[in-house]
Design a protein around this ligand. Structure first.
Ligand code: PEP
Length: 252
């Protein structure tokens, strides 16, 4: 089985002004060295406004957008296109974060259009999925997430899948302090891998990186990352401060 490099990706959401993002970049030099020593890929997803600054200052880390339009250009007020991101050298974007699904009504079909647009431009899509507390309580997590995966990644080729990372984020664990147990996360992520296998074959299933997200902190990241199917973490709150981000890398 090919080794999958661990990935720690911070999702800053609507936090950090350009000045704050810039200060973060000034304080992560040793974190970058630590990540390199430990063979971990690290990155952050700042607001659109901070992308240029972070890309310029934080050399050698992944810098991703938190969203992107599926359209090239046109009458889409407030949206940002792939060519606009590419002009800044940005090659990664999150797609379908649960907050965008909830507050912006993004469906699996819309996410599919965004993932397809990204990979067709050679960019990497971090496709987010995850169930609500209600679905979890009903024991319907696997069916829910399977539908998100099958629809969101519909019509992609095996080759396209080289540029896809999946993030499993149970909504009930995002920003709530209620982290999924490593066993729950591993079970769902293992299931996602079987869905990917049935869609794209064993090679893609073994190669694709699947992250866990939801109240990951320096104190719990290690036990979650011990699980064999979990290839890293998408982290909100604990990725905002440079010290905490460093501790996540140290403990991963
Ligand atoms: C997220 O926003 O993707 C996330 C997992 O947030 P938090 O780590 O704060 O729960």
């Amino acid at each position: 089985m090919p080794a999958r490099k661990k990935l720690l990706l911070g999702n800053w959401k609507m936090n950090h002004t350009i000045a704050e993002a810039s200060a973060f970049c000034d304080s992560i030099k040793d974190t970058k060295e630590l990540a390199k020593e430990r063979g971990i890929q690290i990155g952050v997803c700042p607001s659109f406004l901070s992308l240029q600054t972070v890309k310029r200052k934080a050399k050698g880390i992944v810098v991703g957008a938190q969203d992107v339009s599926a359209f090239e250009s046109g009458a889409y007020t407030g949206q940002v296109s792939i060519p606009m991101l590419q002009e800044l050298g940005i090659t990664w974007a999150l797609v379908g974060h649960s907050e965008r699904r909830e507050y912006n009504g993004e469906s699996n079909e819309v996410c599919n259009a965004k993932v397809k647009a990204l990979v067709s431009h050679g960019m990497t899509a971090v496709y987010c999925c995850g169930e609500s507390e209600e679905i979890y309580e009903k024991g319907e997590t696997n069916a829910w997430v399977e539908n998100q995966i099958r629809t969101g990644l519909k019509d992609l080729t095996k080759d396209d899948m080289k540029n896809v990372v999946i993030a499993y984020e149970p909504i009930w664990a995002i920003g709530t302090g209620k982290v999924a147990t490593p066993e729950i996360a591993e079970n769902v992520i293992g299931y996602i891998r079987t869905v990917i296998k049935s869609m794209f074959g064993k090679g893609v299933a073994n190669r694709i990186r699947i992250l866990y997200g939801g109240s990951v902190k320096p104190g719990n990241i290690h036990e979650i990352m011990l699980k064999p199917d979990i290839d890293g973490a998408l982290v909100g709150g604990a990725s905002l401060k440079a010290d905490s981000f460093r501790e996540l890398v140290a403990n991963l």
